[in-house]
Ligand binder design. Structure first.
Ligand code: G6P
Length: 621
């Protein structure tokens, strides 16, 4: 949460900071601010609300300096108003912060006793005071790092500047992301590579407990004792164009449409074409290691956790290995029963979600081997895991996750085939069939995307309804959860996902004429090598569940396999999905739900790419 950008060079920093913040706004949009040095003095401009308010305020303002910092906020401590907006300027110090200082109240009490007046409700301002005290008593900013940082508890990333050293920026990382962009005669610091990639592809990732000093000519990295460290500059290949809207009205719509390509790119390089079988090139575990795991624990947050629930079905069916799936925020505090025979899989688009990272560290501490499925290269999660499998979805900017989710499913599918082969629960012929199925997937995704107009019409008809249930069975149950999450995230309509058979155990009390139920029911194409498509049985059971809804006056939209007419008499609308096998259905059924949520939100005039109260990357607990 919260986006940070800093610049030191010879250019006017105004556009660089505003442009960087625009690319970071998905991290939070409760307020925005910038500070620049003008004749050695820090000038701060802050606004409540979206970045455009700040842009408006700065329209006529000319900056003369060449160094500055910017921030876009997702409020944790203190209301989203101008006083709590960053940067915070205290005496000689100006600072932007992402994260939470857990012991800020202790510091605040001491500062008040010292007679300092505190303007905001934030933990961040307290840290600015602490730095100011140190530089006022004659320390350099670098020296102040060594005295202030050890007194802070929590997770944070800061960028700090001091009027006493107006050529210098200091960036600190501890539990929240921060990286450096290396330019020629200029340098950048940011919470996300996206903020600087259009200016430089040369990136230095800071590790926790490291800080960096940036001047125009040089970057230097230090450990928490202030000792200089060598640093590696990495080249990032995501082009800035990949992160533009390319004519789509919203990033979310663009990203929905990119799914066939994103899936192709994720599969690419992971098939042994000689054998015609999936072979994940990044899977650094040997077959023996893979076969040695007795169980798998999957942990993630939000949409990524829904991917994990579908992954559980894949692993259980193809590899016959027990799998548990947990919210990362729950996993880490429940003293999980895992050890070196457990493979811990974390799933995260950003690779920076605080709860997921903490779960990974907990599992490592307990001796588990760790594998992460990430979209953002070299993210913290990726760097700290034993093995990383990347989803090659390209940058995902819309806060509501779409292509990251479907590509996570593709990676889980490929991994489950690998584990199945290692455990010998899949034969080579079965793995071949599953592989050729996967290769056909992008084509099926394209055909589902053709249903956009149909989904838009349905969305227009139902956009004013107050309450939705999404139901499914088997691996379409997590898709129901994901469909409900998408709808509530971006349209603010109440929506719940349920296992279809569970509806009668309580939620059915809420069904009446005002509720809409979206039923997911596929009749899967049987595998030739893997036995029967048992979802045929499940689909009949969903028919019964829908009858129960209809009997109580509820309205129904059904998503069913083409050729299946069972739902026609009991549904207001039937969306026909292409024939596909069991494991492909969750990926395909997700897409109409994304489109439905998108068009409902569009009708309701919400901010689709930046829905209220949400952030793309949640780097606080
Ligand atoms: C936030 C986002 C969700 C996302 C979740 C996990 O809540 O709004 O869309 O699913 O974080 O993010 P991750 O980056 O770990 O996948």
């Amino acid at each position: 949460m919260c986006g940070i950008i800093g610049y030191v060079g010879s250019q006017n920093p105004k556009d660089i900071l505003l442009d960087g913040l625009k690319r970071l706004e998905y991290r939070g949009y409760d307020s925005a601010g910038v500070a620049v040095f003008e004749n050695g003095k820090s000038q701060v401009y802050r606004c409540e609300g979206r970045l455009e308010n700040l842009e408006r305020r700065l329209k006529e303002v000319q900056f003369a300096g060449h160094i500055g910092i910017g921030h876009t906020r997702w409020a944790t401590h203190g209301a989203p108003n101008e006083t709590n907006a960053h940067p915070h300027k205290i005496g000689a110090i100006t600072l932007v912060h992402n994260g939470i200082i857990e012991n800020y109240i202790d510091h605040k009490e001491k500062l008040l006793k010292m007679g300092r007046s505190i303007a905001s409700d934030t933990d961040s301002e307290i840290v600015a005071h602490l730095f100011d005290i140190e530089v006022t008593r004659g320390l350099t900013l670098l020296q102040a790092m060594n005295t202030v940082l050890p007194t802070l508890r929590g997770s944070y990333a800061f960028v700090v500047m001091s009027e006493k050293e107006p050529e210098l920026l200091i960036g600190v990382r501890n539990g929240a992301p921060l990286l450096l962009g290396v330019g020629e005669g200029e340098n950048y610091v940011a919470s996300d590579a996206q903020a600087v990639l259009h200016r430089t592809r040369q990136i230095v990732y800071l590790e926790d407990h490291q800080f960096a000093a940036l001047t125009r000519e040089k970057i230097s990295v230090f450990n928490d004792r202030g000792e200089p460290l060598n640093h590696t500059v990495k080249r990032i290949d995501w082009s800035p164009e990949q992160a533009e809207k390319l004519g789509y009205r919203h990033y979310m719509l663009k990203e929905i449409h990119e799914q066939a390509n994103a899936i192709t790119n994720t599969i690419d390089g992971n098939i042994d074409h000689k054998r015609g079988v999936i072979a994940c090139s990044e899977l650094a575990f040997t077959r023996d290691v893979l076969a040695s795991f007795k169980r798998i624990a999957i942990t993630a947050c939000g949409t990524a956790r829904h991917a994990g629930l579908i992954g559980k079905s894949y692993f259980e069916r193809f590899a016959r290995i027990p799998v548990e799936v947990d919210y990362a925020s729950e996993f880490r505090y429940r003293n999980p029963v895992i050890d070196s025979s457990t493979l811990l899989i974390t799933i995260s688009q950003s690779g920076e979600t605080a709860d997921t990272l903490a779960a990974l560290r907990e599992a490592k501490g307990l001796g588990s081997k760790t594998l992460s499925i990430c979209n953002v290269r070299d993210s913290t999660l990726a760097r700290e895991s034993d093995v990383v499998l990347y989803t090659n979805a390209g940058p995902e900017i819309g806060v509501a996750s779409t292509k990251a989710f479907t590509t996570q499913l593709v990676v889980l599918y490929m991994l489950s085939v690998e584990v199945g082969l290692a455990r010998k629960t899949l034969t080579e012929a079965e793995a071949k069939e599953l592989t050729s199925d996967l290769v056909r997937l992008p084509m099926l995704v394209e055909s589902v995307l053709q249903k956009e107009d149909e989904l838009e019409k349905i969305a227009i008809e139902y956009q004013a309804d107050p309450s939705f249930f999404f139901i499914g069975r088997g691996c379409l149950y997590p898709v129901a959860l994901e469909g409900a999450l998408k709808l509530k995230e971006i349209s603010y309509i109440h929506a719940e996902g349920y296992a279809a058979g569970e509806l009668k155990h309580g939620p059915i009390a809420l069904i009446d004429r005002s509720t809409v139920t979206i039923a997911l029911a596929s009749v899967d194409t049987p595998y030739s090598h893997l036995g029967t498509a048992y979802t045929t049985v499940l689909h009949e059971k969903v028919v019964s569940n829908i009858q129960e809804v209809r009997a109580r006056g509820g309205r129904v939209i059904s998503l069913v396999t083409e050729g299946n007419s069972h739902f026609d008499p009991i549904s207001q609308h039937v969306v026909r999905m292409p024939r596909a096998t069991w494991a492909m259905s969750p990926i395909l059924y997700t897409i109409p739900l994304q489109l439905f949520a998108y068009y409902v939100a569009l009708q309701r005039g919400t901010d689709v790419d930046k829905p209220r109260n949400l952030a793309k990357s949640v780097t606080v607990e």
